[in-house]
Design a protein around this ligand. Structure first.
Ligand code: ACO
Length: 402
């Protein structure tokens, strides 16, 4: 049964639920997860089918508009996005202002927020037409921003988008291409990255999506809401986990590759030592995305002829953990991020870009959830309650008497 928020008014009871483990803050038609059965579906379509047969732009359309597009609808959506991929020239200056070693996630969230200074000022953020154009602008410009953030970090010139290329191809060229030299996008890399974006495209009310909804519930515009989501994704317990997994594997290798030794440290709960890329709030048997990614990691590394000793370490870790009662009894399994970092690394992305790639993938989900939120008549400003545990009433003491 569902108890609604009026319970408080009627009874004076407040539910205490740190981390919202058991509290629904909205109803949604977008994504279905059954954590015990390992099921993930976007708008009813199983993730396995979408990963195998669909494309990131098609899935974005599905999430945002509710149905798979016809060929014409998809072509129009694609064309519209291509036309908006350029950033305002003034925006390029922002990138000059950030320190060279800035984390690209911090650059991404700042730049996404800055988009609203160019396109949002005097308009009603919920005006229908405005929502449509903002959706396209965001989808179109975030890959450009992400590539610029990367170019900035390595001190290379930025490339303008090439709108003859598809979404992922364009992003790869802007990221890895250099001016005045031709750049051939590797179709295998493009296909796999597209598929990884599909796997990340939505995951119902996770930390960053809930953030987008909470910020949006105050009627903040789409860019402001999504930049807040980017910041929520930054943390190592959420999107930052893909970076943290690689750092963990590197540390194990640097220490001589002692996998059982590392697992012992995790089990002893040494401060700050966790099996990154393991565990999930909702999936308690397996993460269906992880199975797809593991296969892709093995394929990509073999296909690109880039064997990585870290893949062997990862597989050893998984094998040991899945046979160990500590992890089994806590229902800890690899999540989507356990193997993605190895793929991104093989593609040539530096570790700091991994979470940015997650953000690119999650973008249509944030947009779809924000749009659902603003069109839901049940939406109210998000405002959790608290259980106060501080001091009882007491009198002010002047500073000389303290
Ligand atoms: N390594 C070791 N122990 C773990 C891990 C882990 N990765 N995750 C959970 N545990 C342990 C906890 O210590 C706890 O043990 P205890 O009962 O003895 O105290 C038990 O398992 C339950 O864990 P909680 O922290 O209560 O689980 P919660 O649902 O709050 O956390 C989370 C989920 C944040 C994903 C957690 O598993 C974690 O920190 N994992 C590592 C980070 C990670 O991979 N994050 C990515 C998540 S998926 C995503 O964003 C795409």
């Amino acid at each position: 049964g569902i108890a609604t928020g009026n319970l408080l008014k009627e009874t004076g009871f407040v539910t205490y639920d740190p981390g919202f483990v058991n509290t629904a803050a909205c109803s949604s038609e977008i994504t279905y997860i059954d954590g015990d059965a390992g099921i993930l579906r976007y708008r009813g379509y199983p993730i396995e089918q979408l990963a195998a047969n669909s494309s990131f732009l098609e899935v974005s359309y599905l999430l945002i508009y509710g149905e798979l597009p016809t060929a014409q609808q998809l072509a129009e959506f694609d064309e519209w996005i291509r036309r908006h991929s350029l950033l305002h020239e003034e925006m390029r200056r922002f990138f000059d202002g950030f320190p060279r070693d800035a984390h690209p996630m911090a650059v991404l969230s700042s730049a996404v927020s800055a988009i609203s200074t160019f396109y949002q000022d005097s308009l009603d953020p919920f005006d229908r037409e405005h929502v449509e154009i903002s959706t396209v602008r965001l989808m179109a410009k975030v890959p450009t921003i992400a590539s610029y953030a990367y170019k900035k970090s390595i001190g290379q010139a930025m490339l303008y988008p090439d709108n003859s290329l598809g979404y992922v191809q364009n992003f790869l060229r802007m990221t890895f291409g250099v001016p005045a030299e031709p750049y051939e996008v590797d179709p295998v890399v493009a296909r796999i990255l597209d598929m990884l974006f599909v796997l990340h495209a939505d995951h119902e009310q996770n930390c960053s999506t809930s953030t987008v909804r909470l910020v949006g519930s105050s009627q903040a515009n789409l860019f402001a809401s999504v930049s807040a989501g980017v910041n929520a994704l930054f943390g190592p317990l959420h999107g930052g986990a893909n970076q943290a997994v690689l750092e963990m594997l590197d540390e194990i290798r640097a220490g001589g590759g002692d996998v059982p030794g590392f697992v012992r440290r995790v089990k002893n709960k040494e401060p700050g030592v966790k099996l990154m890329g393991f565990g999930h709030r909702v999936y308690k048997n397996y993460d269906p995305r992880a199975a797809i990614v593991k296969q892709a990691a093995q394929d990509v590394l073999a296909r690109m002829n880039k064997p990585d000793p870290l893949l062997d370490l990862a597989m050893q870790l998984e094998e040991i953990a899945l046979a160990d009662d500590y992890f089994v009894s806590r229902r800890l399994y690899p999540n989507v991020d356990f193997y993605t970092g190895l793929i991104y690394k093989a593609m040539g992305f530096p570790t700091k870009m991994f979470t940015v790639l997650f953000a690119l993938g999650r973008l249509p989900g944030w947009i779809a959830q924000w749009r659902e939120m603003i069109s839901d008549p049940e939406t109210k400003i998000g405002r959790p309650r608290q259980v106060y545990t501080g001091a009882a009433e007491r009198d002010y003491v002047p500073v000389e008497k303290r």
